[in-house]
Design a protein around this ligand. Structure first.
Ligand SMILES: [Zn+2]
Length: 119
């Protein structure tokens, strides 16, 4: 039971591919910034704290990108199997308007909200 017509699936497929390109680009950019802080380096206390903070920020955004990258990958695989647009939790349709905003999302809006409320 397809929840999206071919035209919409095609449009979201293009969205997913450009999102994937963008994530790869950002991952390449941020990888240059993630260097381990050398604690033996003779730098002031404040500078050291700053660079530790920068490092954890870069790491956090990389982790976010990694999660997104995997979601995009899973969405493309689901599309290939004809299962795209179906919520992984309740198996209901996610809906085109939500997919247009977040084409990589594996959940419908109410499941997403329920999952976020659990955390
Ligand atoms: Zn759901």
């Amino acid at each position: 039971m397809p929840t999206l017509d071919d035209g919409k699936t095609e449009e979201l497929h293009r969205d997913l591919l450009s999102l994937q390109q963008e994530i790869w680009r950002l991952l390449r950019l941020t990888s240059a910034g993630v260097r381990p802080v050398d604690l033996d380096e003779p730098i002031g206390r404040l500078t050291r704290m700053d660079s530790l903070q920068m490092q954890s920020l870069a790491k956090a955004s990389r982790q976010g990108l990694e999660v997104k990258r995997r979601q995009v990958q899973a969405a493309l695989e689901a599309m290939a199997k004809g299962e795209y647009g179906i919520c992984r939790r309740c198996e209901g349709p996610i809906g085109f308007r939500r997919l247009k905003v977040r084409p990589e999302t594996p959940f419908c809006l109410s499941c997403q909200e329920a999952l976020e409320a659990e955390h």
